[in-house]
Design a protein. Structure first.
Length: 325
């Protein structure tokens, strides 16, 4: 079977790390047909829009989308693309690939992807500005149910809800109540909840206590970056945006314009995002094989980029991983 993959490199190091992931994917005994599309800062300068309608259509018609990074236009590109593809869940795994350095950290952040402050509804007022936070019962229950099913499917025994219901009693209170309503359908799974500020501390003081975290859009974005700091940086964190009909896969890191074009960007997060794409496509055996090789290469610490202690370029690291497959 051949899979049609929409490829959006975007800005900065985005095209470099996406190319690295494709180098690895192309070593698999799986056929991929790539359709390249534009988005981001450079696209806006050239065409006047950061996310052309043509790119949206290519993404919607693909079996999956592999995305690199967006720069200053990120809100107009990746946030809108998630909305256009109706990907209601954003999976962000926080897993140590170097346990001898960072311990056996391994938890999943299940982030609601369609609402909260990220709806982008803001307005200027006489005294300043107002941003609107939208939380709905339907979206809250849907993301909670996904988190519990994910825990079941991956043999995890605890799901933690993160919110700020002590202050935001209506919006975050609704999210918390929806979580516990859904939890009634999964009595075999342990549940608890924390305020987001407390969670930020607990991730530092006791990260091994977490298995699955389910939270709202903004909190999930912030906590996943904190999680990256626990396991070696943003170069280690992939993500998957999944809806009922579409899948969009991207590294959590940004466009990193300060190192763009130098060939030194760590491709691990994008390669791992490609593994999540393989899982989505039903090719999990190949995903685990790539992960195993990548982890071995990183732990060996020789054929890797500068941030991982090696002297390989982005392309050289990807080519070495591909050879090991």
């Amino acid at each position: 079977m051949a899979y049609n993959i929409a490829v959006i490199g975007g800005d900065g190091i985005g095209p470099e790390v996406v190319d690295a992931a494709i180098t690895v994917l192309d070593k698999l005994p799986v056929e991929f047909n790539y359709t390249y599309a534009e988005a981001g800062d450079e696209c806006a300068e050239k065409t006047g829009v950061p996310l052309p309608d043509e790119t949206i259509e290519i993404a919607k018609n693909a079996d999956a989308v592999l995305f690199g990074a967006a720069g200053e236009t990120a809100a107009a590109v990746i946030v809108r693309l998630r909305q256009e593809l109706e990907t209601f869940v954003n999976l962000r795994p926080v897993k140590s690939l170097q346990p001898e350095k960072y311990g056996n950290i391994d938890f999943m952040i299940v982030r609601e992807n369609t609402e909260d402050l990220y709806i982008g509804e803001e307005e200027v007022t006489e005294d300043g500005a107002v941003a609107y936070k939208r939380i709905t019962k339907n979206a809250s229950e849907k993301i909670a149910d996904y988190a519990f099913k994910y825990a079941q499917d991956t043999n995890r025994s605890k799901v933690t809800a993160v919110h700020k219901a002590n202050v935001l009693k209506v919006t975050d209170g609704l999210f918390k109540d929806s979580f516990y309503k859904v939890a009634e359908n999964y009595p075999e799974i342990e549940t608890n909840d924390f305020y987001v500020d407390a969670t930020a501390m607990y991730l530092i003081t006791n990260p091994l206590d977490f298995e699955v975290i389910v939270t709202t859009n903004l909190y999930g974005d912030i906590l996943s970056d904190e999680g990256a700091g626990l396991v070696g940086g943003l170069g280690m964190i992939p993500s998957a945006n999944i809806g009922d009909e579409n899948g969009l896969f991207e590294p959590v890191h940004g466009s990193a314009p300060d190192i763009a074009g130098q060939g030194i960007a760590d491709p691990a997060a994008t390669i791992l995002s490609a593994c999540m794409m393989l899982d989505y496509l039903g090719e999990s055996e190949h995903a685990r094989h790539i992960e195993e090789v990548l982890i071995n290469v990183i732990q060996e610490g020789v054929h890797v980029t500068l941030d991982l202690g090696g002297e390989y370029s982005t392309k050289q690291m990807a080519e070495y991983i591909a050879e090991q497959l």
